[in-house]
Design a protein around this ligand. Sequence first.
Ligand SMILES: CC(C)(COP(=O)(O)OP(=O)(O)OC[C@H]1O[C@@H](n2cnc3c(N)ncnc32)[C@H](O)[C@@H]1OP(=O)(O)O)[C@@H](O)C(=O)NCCC(=O)NCCS
Length: 331
Amino acid sequence: MRSRYPRSAMLRFTTRPFRPSDAELYVHLAADAFSIVPSWQRPKDSVEFVAHMHSAANPAGLAIVAIAEQEGREVGHFSAIPARLRTHSGALAIGWQLSCFAIARDLQRQGVGTGLVGSLLDEVAKTPRDFVYVYPNPRSLGVFLRHGGRYLDDAPAWIVFPRPLASRTGIESLNAAAALRAIEEIPEVETAPGNFLKDRAFFRWRFLGPDADRRTRFARVRRAGTEFVLVLASHRASGIEFTVLVDVYPDILRTHYGLVLAAARAAGGGRPVYLTTNLGGRVDARGAPWRVCVPQRFDPRPVGTMIMPRTEVADGELARSQVITGDWMSF
Ligand SMILES: CC(C)(COP(=O)(O)OP(=O)(O)OC[C@H]1O[C@@H](n2cnc3c(N)ncnc32)[C@H](O)[C@@H]1OP(=O)(O)O)[C@@H](O)C(=O)NCCC(=O)NCCS
């Protein structure tokens, strides 16, 4: 039987704060690691974007990385990117999202990923009021289950029906520079307890860094006395062009769900809208266009919130935290 642990005694794991050169390593490893998966599932991250995502431009702080080395060759990369969770007591807790997994093709399924996650868990466990979480995909799931990861919630995919002639009244398309100006003008909305903070600083870092215009597009919406900025992307599946609702600034999805979905469809030219969220069915959806929840067996990228063990943070703090497409980092 194949061993669960690294075959080679020469394998070494190092965990440390992110350094800019780690971004090059990840992009290089990902090009090799992901060559086994279909092209639409491969990450298209640039070195500059990866460096930005792990940098101190994140209002929650610098990421940590775990690197596997074998005889002087770096063969595996996992990272943990911090985010600020507003707990039910109002205090902030830092959640570390496991991201950027790539193992050299010739060493996959030999325990390297499992070892790297173990190193990151050891590091975060030094601060027990922090926690580690992840939105696994089917290939990486086994690695997290092996460490005792537990699903707390599901965020299914939703498809909003198309309406080619949807009115664009109150909608202005923006590039990233204009979106940056818009979020400076539009006031923040306070994040509800039990959710990750989505303030202006978060949006600036997460969606308006390098490559923003290549990865996403933006729309400023003024409708029903409310003003917001949509982060949108495009995705083609089964010959159909979808508008992807990535996120919205300020943090109004919970309170204005119907309005945001309708605006995303109109801003995307009336095409069907794809989003993953755990809010559908939980919030007031007045004004929302017709939509369907994709059954899990047809869901191309099932998303669930998984918490990893070794933390003082109670499950209830994270269990119903809002998830929207951009949270699992592919867009
Ligand atoms: C996914 C990945 C990070 C896991 O690291 P790893 O070192 O190969 O994993 P380990 O050897 O520690 O654990 C292996 C387990 O991971 C899972 N796994 C790894 N590759 C898998 C694949 N292609 N399909 C399904 N499950 C897979 C399985 O649960 C596997 O257990 P098994 O071998 O007993 O079936 C690595 O295989 C990789 O880089 N794959 C290509 C890129 C990728 O898919 N990244 C994750 C998505 S963002």
